[in-house]
Design a protein around this ligand. Structure first.
Ligand code: SRM
Ligand code: SF4
Length: 516
């Protein structure tokens, strides 16, 4: 397979492509000591605002000088030692320091100062963590079932495969020029369970368990994505691959190479993989993948093996390992502070095997808790903050970063989401969990299209004033037969949401007003 980092096509390049052509984003990795010395104010603007993202460092215009650091957490798994190091990093920044669990099973640290980056990166390396290629035109955190290796009903344990795909893409965290100049961001997910825990349908490549002639492997879907201008569920590549390192990694490498060399680099709104598939048609795309691979793909298995509703993993559950349990704790909208992170690290060591897992619902699991220690574990004070049985709306709440830190945001999301869910949980008797996803702008990082009720930030005119509001999505279905929800109502002022959502919960989700 011949690899070239140069796109083949001659096109009128968008401004990001021009900046990348002037200097590859990844080159920044060798300049971090220098930047730490000169300070962010003295940096070239495009290095500061753009290229630092290649190593996961995000300049935040809303908090200049206090950066966000986006890590990589393959399959959402980290060790207590890693969590402790991350806790200590944010602890140093006092009130500015915190961390968010992301909708890709990942962690982002806040309050980071550029002068500390060389030291922080050394500490990350010591515990085998990396933030390499986690932003801009790179492959994002690779997701997998948070139950991998624990679930008695699991089909394929994806942990090693996910790690290997990340290692291939990032050259084991050292940075890989082969895949660092993609036309746009790129998402990969490997599902190994039966409940589609990763939202396979919204990834550029997703591996979905499927039996073919009695053999277990993956059907492959491609092109799923959300953007401000278009949202599409992934479509079948008509390919089945065995769950081997060679097959999975080869296919990821082939698709990424094709995307890198042929993806559209003119209009950035039309640069995601699906636009290339549209332009070529699926047959040509598949044929090109086969040519890149150097062999023919097997056609897909007739049916995939996703036959369960999606689980949220909150509560206590037995593992496949006899006598051991995992406990899922609810972290409201994924927000963690240093003391929470240090406490989670301690709990995982004292009660479990030192492992922590994150979910795409922005929650935390601790596994390998022996039956005899469970009772004491459940009395730990942190469980009052991070409940194992939250109320129906708080339980399934997801939110993107929003206006506190994100300059794209049209509304404040996280605090508002928590306050609103609490108020509605208190006012209503709701018979089942209702998944509410908040996203601060049409970029859809908070995935409103997968929710029962999705709220997308917008600006609204009310009483002659421009105020924060939302467009309302409904009908997102996750787990088996997943499909995307659609926008059903536009421009609702956030101040009017309590009555609007109360009616929706009563009419569509069996909620009843509590008696006063
Ligand atoms: Fe996102 C850009 C946050 C998941 C679609 N996303 C951004 C930026 C980097 C914009 C910026 O520079 O401020 C946000 C950083 C804000 C901050 O300070 O935190 C941001 N995205 C997030 C996170 C943190 C939301 C969260 O609270 O969990 C998620 C990080 C995941 C990770 O660990 O890497 C996050 N973003 C997503 C998802 C959901 C997913 O992957 O399942 C999507 C939709 C799926 C997709 O990409 O197809 C998503 N983010 C976008 C887009 C629209 C992409 C497009 O093709 O147009 C942008 C804007 C862009 O890339 O130009 C964006
Ligand atoms: Fe920021 Fe918009 Fe993404 Fe929310 S959806 S994190 S506001 S870019």
């Amino acid at each position: 397979m011949v690899q070239s980092t140069q796109p083949k096509k001659k096109v009128k390049l968008n401004k990001f492509e021009k900046l990348k052509a002037e200097k590859d984003g990844l080159d920044i990795k060798d300049q971090l000591e220098h930047f730490a010395e000169i300070g962010w104010q003295a940096m070239d603007k495009s290095d500061l605002e753009l290229r630092l993202k290649w190593v996961g460092i995000f300049y935040r215009p809303l908090t200049p000088g206090k950066f966000m650091l986006r890590l990589r957490m393959p399959n959402g798994i980290l060790t207590s030692e890693q969590m402790r190091v991350l806790g200590h990093i944010v602890q140093r920044y006092g009130e500015d320091g915190n961390a968010d669990i992301t909708t890709r099973q990942n962690l982002q640290l806040r309050g980071i100062r550029l002068e500390d980056i060389p030291d922080i990166f050394n500490r990350l390396q010591e515990v085998n963590l990396t933030s390499m290629q986690s932003g801009m035109d790179n492959v994002r955190n690779i997701t997998g079932s948070p139950m991998a290796g624990l679930d008695a009903d699991e089909l394929i344990d994806t942990r090693e495969l996910v790690q290997k795909v990340q290692d291939m893409i990032t050259n084991h965290g050292a940075g890989n020029y082969d895949f660092t100049n993609l036309p746009r961001k790129f998402n990969i997910a490997l599902e190994g369970g039966r409940d589609n825990s990763v939202h396979a349908e919204i990834n550029d490549i997703a591996f979905v368990p499927a039996y073919k002639n009695g053999e277990l492997g993956f059907n492959v879907v491609v092109g799923g994505f959300f953007s401000a201008s278009r949202c599409d569920a992934a479509i079948p590549l008509n390919a089945w691959v065995p769950p081997t390192e060679a097959a999975v990694i080869d296919l990821c490498r082939a698709i990424l190479t094709i995307f890198r060399n042929n993806g559209l680099r003119g209009n950035r709104q039309k640069a995601r993989l699906m636009w290339l598939i549209d332009e070529w048609g699926l047959n040509k795309f598949r044929a090109e993948v086969e040519q890149e691979l150097g062999y023919q793909l097997e056609t897909e298995a007739e049916k995939d093996a996703i036959d369960w509703e999606k689980r949220d993993h909150l509560g206590v559950f037995p593992q496949k390992q006899a006598g051991l349990n995992y406990v899922g704790m609810h972290v409201p909208v994924g927000r963690l502070y240093a003391e929470d992170m240090l406490d989670f690290a301690r709990l995982a060591e004292v009660y479990g095997n030192g492992e922590l897992r994150l979910t795409v619902e922005q929650n935390v699991l601790i596994s390998h808790i022996p039956q005899e220690n469970l009772e004491t574990f459940l009395e730990e004070p942190i469980l009052e903050k991070f409940s194992i049985s939250p109320k129906p709306l708080q339980r399934a709440l997801v939110s993107c970063t929003g206006a506190q830190f994100c300059s794209f945001a049209l509304v404040e999301t996280k605090n508002r989401a928590v306050a609103l869910a609490k108020e509605l949980d208190e006012a209503l008797e709701i018979p089942k969990t209702v998944r509410i996803h908040w996203t601060g702008c049409p970029n859809s990082c908070g995935q409103p299209q997968v929710a029962d009720i999705g709220l997308m930030g917008t600006k609204v005119r009310k009483d002659g004033q421009t105020v924060e509001g939302v467009n309302l999505y409904m009908g997102g279905k996750v787990g088996k037969d997943a499909h995307l929800g659609t926008c059903v109502q536009k421009r609702i002022a956030c101040d009017d949401l309590i009555p609007v959502l109360t009616d929706i919960l009563i009419e569509n989700f069996g909620a009843k007003r509590k008696l006063p």
